[in-house]
Ligand binder design. Structure first.
Ligand code: ADP
Length: 425
């Protein structure tokens, strides 16, 4: 049996033993954790090194090691292939990367070095190297300082030759496509002009009549004027009325001449803000006589609240002339009393401006329905088959659509829709 003081000593001893072994256990655990952490870090480093080595050795991209003196200290085969130097050339220290750089890229290099100093790496940038044979090669370069060093770094280099060639080819193709498009546009202008002139030729009898009428009226009024002046008693009011009539008729004639002149102009398309109803009225004035000669009754139903649109006035006039003349021609073989042409404008639910030209002819033959707008498609003995194809290219160049259908009753209806100015801008 231990005496109480002895018991205390033993307990103290046991307690200190326990404390020591506890401490040891904790220390051991710490050590183990440190060990495994170090192992993990080492493993990660090893993996990273292996990955980098694989990247360097795979020679997919050029890699070179450099020092701040501007000397490439080592490089992989891919880099040597890019710049055309041998490893000996490089290791001799004579080849400095600055000397491989054309003067215009020195500033970009200096910026990259600044980035390296400040952030330890530089974002990739495009430059060129001067190869050993003096030729140039486009590359993408990025670099980083080696960890823990301010003197040494690594850089990767990607050969951009193929990419640049592809870019150059693409640019050349784009230029060629643009030139072809310009040529096509010029041809379309020529063609549109030629067909306009042809149509006007067809209309020449009507136009001559249209201009002839006011001229005849001017002559008649002039003669009346002379008669009034020749009377003993001057009649200034009568003379004034005659002269005013002459001025009015003169204006009418010159207006017709102006319209014809615009149509015969061969100008590149020019879009301005315009009201489609004005274009319709212009065309109606030009074809008025044609309509009368063919005993067609023309009905206009124009929506006065149409929004303005952006378009080429002459081209849109041409579209309307084609549609109206086609309508008149389609009704040539039907009875005189039932030749009706209706030109209508309205705004559709999408806010587009729509024009419809409706006739009471035989309608569209279902067999030719899907070829109407093809170039050179015609069912007329003297037809060119260009009218509707030109209409379509003009309307599409204005961002619109043109289509044809048959009326529920009889005849055909040709319609086109165009975006209003607020949609186009
Ligand atoms: P063209 O008038 O020289 O024949 P278009 O391209 O203007 O050339 O018209 C092509 C064809 O479309 C016409 O030949 C005709 O068969 C048909 N067509 C055009 N407008 C109408 C219409 N209003 N009614 C019936 N068919 C039409």
């Amino acid at each position: 049996m231990l005496s109480p003081p002895e018991r205390v000593t033993v307990l103290e001893l046991l307690a200190s033993q326990a404390a020591i072994s506890l401490e040891n256990a904790l220390l051991y655990a710490d050590l183990q954790r440190e060990n495994s952490e170090r192992k993990l870090a080492e493993e990660e480093l090893r993996l990273r090194e292996a990955r980098i080595r694989r990247l360097v050795e795979s020679n997919i991209i050029g890699v070179f090691f450099w020092n701040v003196a501007g000397i490439a200290t080592d490089a992989n085969d891919a880099f040597l292939r890019i710049v055309g130097y041998s490893r000996q050339d490089l290791l001799s220290g004579h080849v400095q990367w600055a000397t491989m750089t054309p003067p215009e890229y020195r500033a970009a290099d200096a910026r990259a070095i600044d980035d390296l100093r400040q952030r330890g790496s530089s974002p990739p940038y495009e430059k060129e190297y001067i190869r050993k044979d003096g030729s140039r090669i486009p590359v993408l370069v990025g670099g980083a300082l080696i960890e823990g060093s301010e003197e040494n770094g690594v850089a990767f280099v990607l050969d951009l030759t193929e990419q640049k060639e592809a870019e150059a080819e693409l640019a050349a193709r784009r230029t060629a496509a643009k030139q072809a498009e310009e040529q096509l546009q010029a041809l379309q202008v020529e063609l549109a002009h030629a067909t306009r002139v042809t149509t006007l030729g067809e209309l020449s009898a009507s136009i001559a009549h249209e201009v002839g009428q006011p001229l005849g009226a001017i002559v008649t009024s002039g003669e009346a004027c002379l008669r009034w002046l020749g009377r003993g008693e001057p009649q200034p009011e009568e003379v004034r009325a005659c002269v005013q009539h002459m001025i009015g008729e003169g204006r009418r004639a010159s207006e017709i001449v102006r319209r014809i002149r615009t149509l015969t102009r061969k100008a590149a398309p020019r879009k301005t803000q315009l009201e489609l109803n004005d274009v319709i009225n212009d065309v109606v004035a030009l074809v008025q006589r044609e309509v009368l000669n063919h005993r067609v009754s023309l009905r206009l139903e124009l929506d006065s609240g149409l929004p303005p649109l952006l378009g080429d006035r002459v081209q849109l006039q041409q579209v309307l002339i084609n549609l109206v003349i086609n309508g008149i021609q389609a009704m040539a073989d039907i009875g005189g009393d039932s030749r009706e042409l209706r030109v209508e404008s309205h705004r559709d639910s999408d806010g587009h401006v729509v024009v419809a030209v409706q006739d009471s002819g035989p309608g569209i033959d279902p067999e030719s329905a899907n070829r109407l707008f093809d170039a050179f498609f015609t069912t007329k003995a003297e037809g060119m088959g260009m009218g509707l194809s030109i209409c379509r290219s003009i309307i599409e160049a204005h961002g619109g659509q043109v289509w044809a259908s048959n009326n529920a009753g009889h005849g055909a209806i040709f319609q086109f829709s165009l975006p209003s100015i607020s949609e186009a801008s």
